[in-house]
Ligand binder design. Sequence first.
Ligand code: AKG
Ligand code: FE2
Length: 341
Amino acid sequence: MADLISSWPNKLDAVPPKYCIPMHERPADPVQIGERIPVIDLGKAMGEERPVVVQELMKAFEEYGFFQVINHGVSDDLMKEAMKVYKEFFSLPAEEKASYAKDAANNTARGAATLYTSSAKHYDSEEHRYWRDVLEHSANLDGKDKVTWPDNPPRYREVIGSYSDEVRKLSKIILGLVAEGLGLEAGFFDKELGQRMLVNHYPACPDPSLTLGVGGHCDPNLITIIQQEVYGLQLLKDDKWIGVDPIPGAFVVNSGLPITVISNGKLASVAHRVVTNTTHSRTSIGTFICPDDIVGPAKALLGPDNPPRFKSFKWGEEFMPHYLSKKSVYHASLEPFKIDA
Ligand SMILES: O=C(O)CCC(=O)C(=O)O
Ligand SMILES: [Fe+2]
């Protein structure tokens, strides 16, 4: 059974050896925040300032692969309620959480809700663990998968059902702006895209300098929409880790590797990681929007001046196995699909 950190009976004074990550990955300064990533006011996207918002978003995805979004349409109450539900979930008794847990070495199952600690596939040795527990399940449009979701706290399915619907709407607005910014037809991303909830819980840690909540990686999906309230997320810009400070009521949005392929290299997917802290546990609610099964450079972008830089591939069958084996090497999972200039 997975050894959930949030189920340990006692608070520890020291980090157990298997949670101490290799020296070269340890965060030199876990609390650094530095420059602020772009903040986009989505309220302006429906009015005459829409072209400005499109430009801001494109610039953010080109330069940072990240932005924060405010006035996004998801109500504050729903966001607070979802965060409460997840915090309650992670503080359920160990026996109850154990019923969702599975072997950390085999955490790729699709569909059913699963709970696991994050063993670091990222390192040569499977011995290393990150300092987080993860709850993961699909949240698809037809709602049929709801029966596999947790039913405790008792309002879980109702609250997270509304939350995942609202965040899906937000993802469509964001992807519509991305399509517009790239010069693609408005409905380019307007499909029934897969959606997953991936919720991280990082307990307070006795020594953040020895651990990471999750190691540096790029996301394998199209875009990720993160709700956070405690600092911990950092992204790699110009070879330096910079922090993403939580803005109350905002979401953090980042572009995953398929966006780089679809945009034929124009938009970035940027490596990010999570540092721990000694005083607060941190829960982050990730909504992962997945691409269509076939991913390739958008045809409308290609021409003599912009030849394809990637081959098309099947996301689930061809890309994901590479991704899962090369996760720590940031963009390495795209290598087999690159076309040399
Ligand atoms: O906890 C976070 O803020 C981000 C976690 C993350 O990067 C991921 O789950 O892919
Ligand atoms: Fe991520």
